[in-house]
Design a protein around this ligand. Structure first.
Ligand code: SF4
Length: 264
């Protein structure tokens, strides 16, 4: 079967007829148009958009517009324009070099830029698709997008971990323990696991975790289901297996996908 194409094009206030032509073109061929219309240019194109309706249309921006200090403001104005027009079309949040504030090439900076823009808008209920175009590697870009979606609670695709920052009270090596538990349970979509260094403040800071792994005493772990401690002072060496057994008991365990054999 033929795939659906999404044509991406910027339209200025002077291009009402061109916009109408593109909408007609994509509809005749069963494709979609991602129209980039800056909020300043939107009023001049309203008649065409009102007449056309939302079918086959997506709205997006790839730059911060001059009226806003951040691209978040530009997207909010676009959303308001669509709402005022009564045009219920999807919004595609694009994280690009033009929406970035610093444009720093480090992965951490790309993560932060994407989290600010997409995360803020998704938490406002704005946005139907996101893309991270600042990352050239498509696998990393997709992973980053899923992380942002998960952080904003828009799409849960993996286990969520909550860990305390550790302090003088911490009763085990928080970093290696978190890594070890993550390696065994990181495939449990939608399960939230808290790993806390002590029982003094840990249980109160587990937020709404489904399961908790909490330092009870030196070399001993307490396991929680929600806010309830269900196993006390179990030897740390047994705690990972007991946590997994507990997750199974509560019907939240699935076996990880088998690792595919290496090609020869
Ligand atoms: S939960 Fe306990 S160990 Fe972790 S930071 Fe808080 S007080 Fe420190």
């Amino acid at each position: 079967s033929k795939g659906k194409l999404v044509l991406v094009r910027k339209f200025t206030a002077a291009e009402a007829a061109t916009l109408a032509g593109f909408i007609d073109l994509v509809r005749r061929h069963g494709h979609a148009l991602a129209a980039e219309i800056s909020p300043d240019h939107f009023p001049a194109l309203e008649d065409v958009l009102r007449e056309a309706g939302p079918d086959s249309l997506i709205f997006t921006l790839s730059i911060r517009t001059t009226d806003s200090a951040h691209a978040i403001g530009s997207y909010r104005r676009l959303t308001e324009n669509l709402r005022t027009l009564g045009l219920n079309a999807p919004i595609w949040i694009r994280n690009t070099a033009g929406t970035a504030v610093l444009g720093d090439p480090s992965f951490l900076s790309k993560l932060l830029e994407a989290s600010f823009l997409s995360g803020s808008l998704l938490c406002d209920g704005v946005g139907d698709f996101i893309s991270i175009e600042t990352e050239a590697d498509p696998v990393r870009a997709t992973k980053l997008a899923y992380n942002v979606l998960q952080g904003a609670g828009a799409r849960i695709s993996k286990t969520e971990f909550v860990a305390c920052p550790s302090c003088g009270r911490t009763l085990f090596d928080l970093q290696t323990t978190t890594q070890r538990i993550r390696a065994q349970t990181g495939h449990l979509k939608g399960v939230k696991i808290a790993i806390m260094g002590c029982i003094v403040n840990g249980p109160g800071e587990m937020a709404d975790a489904d399961f908790g792994y909490v330092g009870g005493a030196p070399g001993k772990i307490n396991l929680y289901v929600g806010k309830n401690c269900v196993q006390y002072n179990i030897p740390q060496a047994e705690a990972d297996a007991r946590l997994i057994a507990l997750i199974r008991e509560h019907g939240k365990w699935v076996d990880p996908d088998p690792v595919p054999a290496a090609a020869t």
